[in-house]
Design a binder for this molecule. Structure first.
Ligand code: SF4
Ligand code: SF4
Length: 492
């Protein structure tokens, strides 16, 4: 079946025959090519029609909540720590106000597994709903930037007309206004991302200190602004189609029970334009379905696809086509839901949506991983201590029959309060003296260092190397950690 070009595409400028490479493509088969590329491989600029309807309204409410959280996030602190901070430069991370360090590698690995398993479970059950409803790129593009574009340039038809018109006063004014607002918003979004990475305090310092003190920070500020501007002004849906890794691998996760935005071909086909003289019964008798081939579902699609061709990798499940088709169904007196959130099994076999064994396995793995993650977080020590023999030091032997070893300890305070710590020799019996004096005060979120001197009687030694156990205690007497090392004695 030959597919006419989607309604929201820019009409191809040159109708001449395709060059040799493109001739290998069967243009009658939608799977052979992208909706956003023409036969020469050039980008087809999309002009999606302004969406409206029940699903859009729900999406709008959710977007406002997500945007509020996104922009308020850097200002929210818990016990003095940011709600979320991924400071790669200083290697400090804050999640829900808890500070994590590169030393928490196991925790990170488990958190990553929780994240990946959660994504797999969510995608198996709900397809790419994340992309259309919660992904920051889609929320910002479709719910903020696109709406500004509609406000300045008008709906799809007006935008297309403006694009095709020569550069006159109106076009210069509208384009300048649009790109000015896009650039300002990209600056705001770029700085918000920077605040999530380096923390709000560091961002404020970059803004308020003399520029010469923060050249790297200013370079990243500019880079992020230009990056977001290029995505929102030019790249748009191409980010979802080509760049997003989640978009690429989600097609391997979907199955026949996954909820996706789907066209009910059993009800819709055979599609044909509506004849005013024909009522629903006459239409059904003549073998026609409910699809009136109005192409409204394509006109609103931000990725330019025809959902009637089935689930496609470009579909971000934004549900705009559901609203568009429901509107047509209302107008033509047919029941809503010709395009709806449904599964292949529901449409083909009328099977109800169900929780499949596959989802059950993913859910069980996810619950186990979350349990492990919580266990690791709740049992995580406030400090992390490493002990090494002091560089260049050798065992010292006294005339009274005792042996000394000098060590170096480094202790990291993972909390946001100062911790005074004491080191106690637990095994074997002997003495431990901290050269810097005890207790050792470890500042909040900082590293402290000291040199413990351990003294043992020769009778306590078991050969050249004796295992030693040291307890690290807070001043309240609470044990924070146990560290083990080796004590060197004389060579026999
Ligand atoms: S096909 Fe429908 S749900 Fe998918 S991206 Fe297009 S409008 Fe959104
Ligand atoms: S909006 Fe509905 S009726 Fe119109 S072409 Fe799409 S599926 Fe068919």
């Amino acid at each position: 079946m030959t597919q006419p070009p989607p309604a929201n595409e820019h009409p191809p400028a040159d109708p001449s025959p395709p060059p040799s490479v493109a001739q290998e493509i069967n243009w009658e088969d939608y799977r052979d090519h992208l909706a956003t590329a023409d036969k020469e491989g050039h980008r087809r600029w999309l002009f999606p029609r302004k969406p409206s309807g029940t699903w859009h309204q729900r999406r709008l409410w959710l977007s406002w909540i997500l945007l509020a959280v996104m922009f308020a996030g850097p200002f929210i602190t818990i016990e003095g720590n940011p709600l979320l901070m991924i400071n790669i430069v200083e290697r400090r991370f804050s999640i829900l106000g808890r500070i994590f360090w590169p030393q928490d590698a196991v925790l990170f690995a488990v958190a990553m597994l929780v994240f990946l398993t959660g994504i797999i479970l969510f995608t198996t059950a709900f397809g790419r709903l994340w992309c259309g409803w919660t992904c920051p790129q889609t929320v910002l593009m479709e719910m903020v930037l696109r709406k500004i574009e509609y406000a300045i340039e008008g709906d799809a038809a007006a935008q297309r007309q403006l694009a095709e018109s020569p550069w006159n006063r109106e076009k210069i004014l509208k384009r300048t206004a649009k790109h000015g607002v896009f650039l300002a918003l990209s600056f705001l979004i770029g700085n918000t991302l920077l605040a999530y990475i380096i923390g709000l305090d560091a961002l404020v310092r970059i803004v308020t200190d003399p520029p010469s003190q923060h050249l790297t920070g200013l370079a990243f500020m500019t880079l992020f602004t230009l990056l977001f501007y290029s995505i929102f002004a030019r790249f748009r849906e191409q980010a979802c189609i080509f760049i997003c890794p989640y978009g690429r691998f989600q097609s391997t996760i979907l199955d026949e029970n996954t909820l996706v935005v789907a066209y009910d071909h059993r009800r819709g086909e055979k599609r044909a334009h509506l004849k005013p003289s024909q009522n629903a019964a006459e239409r059904a008798t003549s073998g026609l379905g409910d699809c009136v081939d109005c192409r409204a579902c394509i006109a609103v699609c931000p990725t330019g696809i025809d959902i009637r061709n089935g689930t496609q990798m470009e579909c971000v499940n934004c549900t705009a086509c559901i609203d568009a088709c429901d509107h047509i169904m209302d107008k033509t007196g047919r029941p809503r839901g010709l395009v709806r959130l449904s599964s292949l099994n529901n449409i083909e076999r009328q099977l109800p949506q169900r929780f499949t064994p596959r989802m059950g396995v993913y859910a069980a793995v996810l619950v186990a991983l979350i349990g492990l993650f919580l266990f690791l977080v709740l049992t995580r020590a406030d400090t992390q201590t490493t002990i090494l023999r002091a560089t260049g030091s050798l065992p010292q032997f006294s005339a009274q029959g005792q042996v000394d070893n000098l060590f170096t300890v480094k202790i990291l305070n993972k909390t946001n309060r100062d911790i005074p710590v004491e080191f106690r020799l637990e095994q074997p019996a002997g003495t431990l003296r901290l050269m810097s004096g005890s207790p050792l005060r470890v500042p909040a979120t900082k590293l402290a260092q000291s040199s413990p001197l351990i003294e043992l009687d020769r009778g306590q030694l078991s050969g050249h190397s004796t295992p030693v156990r040291i307890g690290v205690f807070g001043t309240s007497g609470r044990k924070l950690e146990t560290i083990n090392t080796k004590f060197l004695g004389p060579r026999s």
